[in-house]
Design a binder for this molecule. Structure first.
Ligand code: SF4
Length: 441
């Protein structure tokens, strides 16, 4: 028996797909790249973006046509909005929430069409199901870079975001399981491990007094890093500015294995927009977080996420985001042009910034980003950096990798054996977001 799986969406969906694969293989299926030879066809979907939804419709149309030629079963899981769920129940054989995966075998044999719909479950019931899910073996998509889920769901309800409606309430995974998984990955040779969650720094708040705080969890991992004597980095994404505390940053500062890279989404530099987004912080609060990062982790790089053209964003409000970009000097910003996500609160509001204007703001802010990030990369020239080599560069004869702060660096080498290991590189040249150098001993 063979199965084929298509994964759409973010790092969390990719991480989920590792557990789905290991579960299905335990049922006796083996993976095939070729959907035409599969008996079981599945999608781990992100129904948050229309593009992904269109792709799911195309896939299921093709798969359902194949049913005329051979018996096959289709399923859909992942982040599915309530409205999409209703529609997809008409086209897929099975639609279920990720936390229902452990009932998959029963659903398959009993021909049960629909899993438990999470809003019908209490937070405790959701936590109970997630505990089962997290106990499954997490296959990694790469040989030296791994993702470890530490939390599921979100309680923040930003108005532009559908995650709380697709993944449910915030539930923290057991800290002992997380540390155990990190240890296994390090022992298996993984060099870069990212702790994943929608709000990593509110880790443990749903189990106050019964579970570690996020800083305590990092401390355990940091201590293990010191004791193991191995070289690896542990990162986390994404923290929420409202919940960021100095003890988290101090813990990162204390241990070598905790990567000096902070991804802290700002979304907008304007207080009015932040309020409309329901981000639960203002720019003064955000500034104090950045100041703490600079003070406690002076070598850290800072990445962010920004939305331009959010409903009602005036030119003045946009200019405040430009000011924030210049003030906080990000190394990287993932800039998105606002588009309403079905199911999210803001999708009920008029999307009143024309597409051309969103594109213009995107281009302007991208130029601002280049201006600030290139200041950092220019300062790298002449210095030595430890690089985790992750593959071939686009330029022939070069390998590339990432610094501890996730700045891309390329260097001349044809030695493929270096991929997946750390090397020292002296930087000789820089560009807007990356650098080039020569390998040294
Ligand atoms: S954007 Fe807001 S609502 Fe969405 S996952 Fe992040 S914190 Fe939660």
């Amino acid at each position: 028996m063979k199965y084929h799986l298509v994964t759409l969406g973010c790092q969390m969906n990719i991480s989920d797909s590792g557990r789905v694969k290991s579960y299905i293989e335990k049922l006796g299926y083996s993976f095939t790249d070729n959907p035409h030879e599969a008996d079981l066809l599945g999608v781990i979907a992100c129904s948050v973006r229309q593009k992904a939804i269109d792709k799911v419709y195309n896939l299921i149309a093709v798969w359902n046509r194949q049913k005329k030629d051979r018996p096959l079963t289709t399923f859909l899981t992942g982040c599915i909005l309530p409205d999409d769920r209703e529609k997809f129940l008409k086209t897929f054989d099975m639609v279920f929430d990720m936390r229902d995966l452990t009932k998959f075998a029963e659903m398959l044999s009993e021909k049960i069409h629909e899993g438990t719909y999470y809003p019908k479950l209490s937070r405790e019931e959701q936590a109970y199901q997630m505990d089962y899910f997290w106990k499954l073996e997490g296959r990694q998509p790469d040989k030296f870079e791994a993702f470890v889920p530490i939390q599921n769901g979100c309680d923040k309800f930003c108005t532009y975001c559908a995650v709380p409606y697709t993944r449910g309430r915030e539930v923290s995974r057991s800290s002992s399981e997380i540390v155990e998984e990190v240890k296994c990955l390090v022992n298996a040779g993984f060099k870069s491990i990212t702790l994943l969650g929608q709000n990593v720094n509110s880790y443990g708040l749903d189990k106050k007094g019964k579970e570690l705080t996020f800083a305590q969890l990092l401390d355990l991992i940091g201590r293990y890093g010191d004791e193991s004597g191995k070289e690896f980095f542990v990162y986390f994404t994404s923290p929420h500015p409202r919940d960021m505390t100095d003890d988290v940053l101090e813990t990162v500062a204390k241990y070598r294995c905790l990567g000096k890279w902070i991804h802290i989404p700002i979304q907008s530099g304007d207080n009015e927009v932040l309020q409309r987004m329901n981000r639960k912080y203002d720019i003064d609060r955000y500034r104090s977080v950045i100041n703490s990062i600079r003070r406690i982790l002076p070598t850290a790089t800072i990445f962010t996420d920004i939305i331009v053209g959010f409903t009602g964003e005036t030119l003045e409000e946009f200019s405040n985001t430009r000011k924030a970009m210049m003030e906080f000097k990000y190394n990287m910003a993932f800039i998105a042009m606002y588009s309403p996500r079905p199911g999210a609160k803001s999708s009920e509001w008029v999307d009143d910034i024309p597409k051309d204007e969103k594109s213009r703001r995107y281009a302007v802010l991208s130029e601002d980003l280049k201006a600030v990030s290139s200041q950092y990369t220019a300062q790298m020239v002449g210095k030595d950096f430890r690089i985790l080599v992750n593959g071939h560069d686009r330029l022939e004869g070069y390998l590339s990798g990432l610094t501890e702060g996730k700045i891309a660096v390329r260097f001349k080498s044809q030695n493929e054996n270096l991929i997946g290991s750390f090397v020292n590189v002296k930087i000789t040249k820089s560009s807007d977001f990356s650098a080039e150098g020569e390998m040294i001993n």
